[in-house]
Design a protein around this ligand. Sequence first.
Ligand SMILES: *[C@@H]1O[C@H](CO)[C@@H](O)[C@H](O)[C@H]1NC(C)=O
Ligand SMILES: *[C@@H]1O[C@H](CO)[C@@H](O)[C@H](O)[C@H]1NC(C)=O
Length: 135
Amino acid sequence: MLRQVIFAFFLVLGQALAASSYLNFCDLLTSGYTSEGFVIAAECPDSNIPGCQELNIGHCIANSQGRLVAAGNGTGGFDTSCTACKLDTSKSNTETYGTLTCQCLYSAANHTVAITSIKTGETNSLGNGLVMKCK
Ligand SMILES: *[C@@H]1O[C@H](CO)[C@@H](O)[C@H](O)[C@H]1NC(C)=O
Ligand SMILES: *[C@@H]1O[C@H](CO)[C@@H](O)[C@H](O)[C@H]1NC(C)=O
């Protein structure tokens, strides 16, 4: 009986985790370009990775004709055609916390640059052990 109750509890917890944004469980720390791509760092208490964990969100987000769009866990690659990218890591900015803003080229042939944003709560999630991943 107790075992069933505990199982049900974790089932509900798992569903709550899946439904809510990774931003509810993680505190964003920094973001920036590295040799691997555009990496965000966050602390997600109770995760399998104590302290700071990192995710290369170049895999999660693509540049589609000057717009940042979710790319699932795919090739993404916004960081190769977008510059001046900034992630809002200030929790007091309730509307824009976790929003990535960049200047993105319209296309390889058309060098028009557009300022574009995407909420990383829609492109990132938490996997097993509360480890950040692409959706
Ligand atoms: C480049 O893309 C922009 C944005 O859609 C468009 O307004 C402009 O006409 C395009 N320029 C060329 C040369 O295709
Ligand atoms: C993408 O999916 C692969 C295979 O499931 C996984 O190993 C990898 O961690 C994922 N990458 C990201 C950035 O989520």
